[in-house]
Design a binder for this molecule. Sequence first.
Ligand code: HEC
Length: 168
Amino acid sequence: MKIRNSKRMAVYAAAMAIMAGAAIEVVAAEGPQPIGPKLTPRLKQMLSDEMLSVRQAAKQILDGLIVGDHSLVATQSQQIHDSFILERGLTEQDKKDLMKAAPPEFLVLDGAFHLTAKKLANAALQKDYELQRFYYARLVDSCQACHSQYATDKFPAFSGAQPEGHSH
Ligand code: HEC
């Protein structure tokens, strides 16, 4: 009885392992998918608004970096940080919708992006322009990293592009 049970358990475990392997393969084969089409119209609009203001801020930061305007860099970076979609008055329903549409990897990228903006703001407050350059480059990395994985419908030029790190 005991032996039969554990045999059954072993068969069950083997079946689960095969199924898990198949599931992982499917995910790996498909890769990250564009997130826009999965969002509710409301969330899509909010993301779009956020992105347009992020682009505006990124341009202003570049202007500030070029002329050493630390306070411009600081305020615009802080603004990007504060636009964090998860902190910006989402309703409970929005949060549920977002969790349904966005894989954890997307949320991690979004979190890292806003953290980098914060570090850039701090570098500007310290008037450390070398560190500002470093974090600005990292900020641009985040735009590309996310767009090339989750916005290939919006930015098809990223499709089929070499992943980050190929030429370093
Ligand atoms: C964590 C992911 C993520 C990061 C980081 C990110 N974006 Fe985006 N961005 C998106 C997604 C997803 C879309 C497509 C939204 C859609 O489908 O409407 C988008 C769209 C945009 C658009 C088009 C908006 C529109 O509606 O026309 C602009 C402009 C943009 N991003 C700028 C930026 C800039 C500049 C940065 C970096 C400073 C950045 N984004 C960082 C995810 C990201």
